[in-house]
Design a protein around this ligand. Structure first.
Ligand code: 1DX
Length: 183
């Protein structure tokens, strides 16, 4: 994944737990680079090692870390140069979710090594939708829960998200029920 992802993990850890914990995590993950370069591609394994090491050092489950990361990613990208772009892809939570594939196409024009996930939304009622998540990567569904919660904050919308289907148990995609209420 692009370095921006690893940098976001670094910023999240440093802001909540301090630089010493980050050094400890990096060491445990056997990562010897001084700094991640946002626009450079890194093997997914680097990200996975960081999550695993963070889980051990911070005594939090990998799922909790991925969810916190997802939530953080929305505000992080908004303040790290992608805020205007994010604003172009929706004024409400459901609109933004519908546009995620378009957003990733846009990012992919500038960054061809992007391996974007794909999201499909199906409206259920005025205040709920079904979100299908397809990714080449495995094990990231807790991150999606965090991402949607982060979008709830961005759009000042109360959200309740539960996973209704999982690739772990043989389904062809991960699926979530998203209930929301605009404030
Ligand atoms: F609900 O499932 C809200 O590297 C959401 O595979 C979900 O393949 C917002 F400059 C610049 C760059 C860089 C901008 F090249 C990424 F570095 C992308 C900014 C998306 C904002 C996907 C990151 C693929 C890297 C899912 C988890 C991974 C999607 C991460 C969240 C808006 C983003 O993001 C998976 C890669 C951006 C950029 C957004 C993602 C890769 C998302 C969301 N994804 C790189």
């Amino acid at each position: 994944m692009y370095g921006l992802v690893n940098k976001a993990i670094q910023d999240l850890v440093c802001s909540r737990f301090g630089k010493d914990k980050w050094q400890e995590i990096k060491q445990k993950a056997e990562i010897n680079v001084d700094m991640f370069v946002s626009m450079e591609g890194y093997p997914d394994d680097v990200t996975h090692r960081l999550v695993k090491a963070a889980s051990e050092v911070l005594e939090l489950s990998p799922q909790a870390i991925m969810q916190a990361f997802g939530e953080f990613w929305v505000e992080y990208t908004s303040t790290e140069g992608y805020g205007e772009m994010m604003d172009m892809f929706g004024d409400t939570l459901p609109e933004f979710l519908e546009n995620l594939d378009n957003l990733h196409s846009r990012v992919g024009v500038s960054f061809p090594k992007l391996q974007p996930p794909s999201f499909e939304t199906v409206e259920i009622e005025d205040d709920s939708l079904n979100l299908q998540y397809y990714s080449d990567r495995e094990g990231l569904s807790p991150m999606v829960v965090g991402l949607v919660k982060g979008l709830g904050k961005k759009f000042q919308t109360e959200v309740d998200i539960t996973q209704t289907q999982s690739r772990d148990t043989g389904a062809d995609c991960d699926e979530f029920l998203v209930k929301y209420k605009q404030q």
